[in-house]
Design a protein around this ligand. Structure first.
Ligand SMILES: Cc1cc2nc3c(=O)[nH]c(=O)nc-3n(C[C@H](O)[C@H](O)[C@H](O)COP(=O)(O)O)c2cc1C
Length: 108
């Protein structure tokens, strides 16, 4: 039987941002990388500009769009296309290749 990990697990956009805001001030010189549901470029910029974290990290968006950073740098997108469906993660548990299985769906 296929192990299912598909779904959003009720995790919203930038779901670790509130934690990052609390952790960052006590870290001193230790850099903080925030990961988790970061999808909108404006939210990434706001995070860095306000120093909620020192670096933006992403996982699933790179599986869908390996060249997403170039696209963002060139100002060609306002959001990554990943819809956080977790099909790429479910693939791991089912011995299937890690890739985006949701490419037909539009960006949110
Ligand atoms: C295919 C896949 C494999 C992952 N493997 C690990 C892992 O081995 N260890 C870990 O801490 N997180 C792992 N993660 C979680 C990611 O590092 C990241 O925290 C999570 O996907 C949320 O970030 P995102 O919204 O940018 O995808 C994995 C995620 C995916 C999609």
């Amino acid at each position: 039987m296929m192990k299912s990990m598909v779904g959003k697990y009720d995790l919203g956009e930038g779901y670790n941002l509130e934690a990052a805001k609390m952790i960052k001030p006590v870290l001193g010189k230790i850099p903080l990388f925030v990961v988790g549901g970061l999808r909108k470029v404006a939210q990434m910029k706001e995070t860095l500009e306000n120093q909620y974290a020192d670096c933006i990290s992403m996982s699933r968006p790179f599986i869908r769009e390996p060249f997403i950073v170039k696209k963002i740098k060139e100002g060609k997108t306002e959001a990554v296309a990943c819809v956080s469906c977790n099909r790429c993660l479910a693939a791991v548990a089912n011995n299937m290749p890690v890739q985006c299985y949701n490419k037909g769906f539009p960006a949110p």
